[in-house]
Design a protein around this ligand. Structure first.
Ligand SMILES: [Zn+2]
Length: 256
């Protein structure tokens, strides 16, 4: 592997002094040139298996509205999943939702290590840098992980408009669930996925291990495929995240 990659992350937005740091593990669709098209058609790579459809538009609008810094992964999750720990069975998928990924079959350790070193680690190091800079100044930091989920999985329609995932520290997620339900939305509580020690990487690494307040949000993709839906959800989150944080600070006597 001799690809000289551009940075694997994109930093968007600006630090408006608030507590939120936005991260988007699955915002990108790029493939390193040495991996070609991974052996997949354009249509397959554009499916939900390749990236979190719509979350780039939500994340950037949300970053603009708060304002806040957003760290986005540039590369497709089919290259390496930045929300999986290195070595996780689905870190580099051999198949996803019925689609075999030809270029990921029978990978040798060097190929996997290259993906970790050039894509996974620089992205997470950049997030850590963003968090450390705030903590060094004694600021409160809230990690906000943004995702989207496919509306139909294994022929089953998913009813939730949005889901909040949580595990060891559900406090902020529970507040956000209350606020979103008060908007009349169908809100998944650890749906469509539950956050566990091994299912995810970003929140366990940056939120739980550092004991930072955090939230993991999953928005249903059909609601944010188009710019109007992205704007609607960004505006909603820009309104509710600060409200949830205020409730959190009051309830748990946290410095705002
Ligand atoms: Zn995702």
């Amino acid at each position: 592997m001799t690809d000289i990659l551009a940075e694997s992350f994109r930093v968007y937005g600006r630090d408006g002094g608030g507590p939120f740091v936005l991260v988007s593990d699955h915002a990108g669709q790029a493939i390193p040139p040495s991996l070609g098209d991974l052996g997949l058609s354009d249509v397959e790579r554009a499916r939900h298996i390749g990236w979190d459809i719509g979350i780039d538009g939500v994340g950037r609008r949300l970053a603009d509205a708060l304002p806040a810094v957003l760290v986005e992964q540039v590369y497709s999750r089919l290259v390496i999943d930045c929300n999986r720990a290195p070595g996780h069975p689905t870190s580099v998928v051999v198949q996803s939702d019925g689609t075999l990924v030809p270029r990921n079959q029978n990978l040798d350790a060097a190929d996997v290590a290259w993906r970790e070193q050039t894509i996974l680690h620089p992205y997470h190091n950049r997030i850590a840098q963003e968090l450390d800079a705030r903590l060094a100044h004694g600021r409160s930091v809230v990690v906000v992980a943004l995702h989207s989920f496919t509306p139909v999985m294994h022929n089953v329609a998913r009813p939730w408009h949005v889901g909040l995932l949580h595990n060891h520290d559900p406090r902020l997620a529970h507040i956000m669930i209350e606020l979103l339900r008060a908007e009349g939305l169908v809100v998944g509580d650890n749906e469509p996925y539950a956050l566990t020690d091994t299912s995810d990487y970003t929140v366990p690494l940056h939120g739980e291990q550092r004991a930072l307040p955090h939230i993991e949000i999953e928005i249903r993709q059909d609601l944010i495929t188009h710019p109007a839906g992205q704007a609607e959800w960004a505006a909603r989150l820009a309104r509710l995240l600060p409200e949830a944080w205020q409730i959190f600070c009051t309830r748990y006597e946290q410095q705002p």
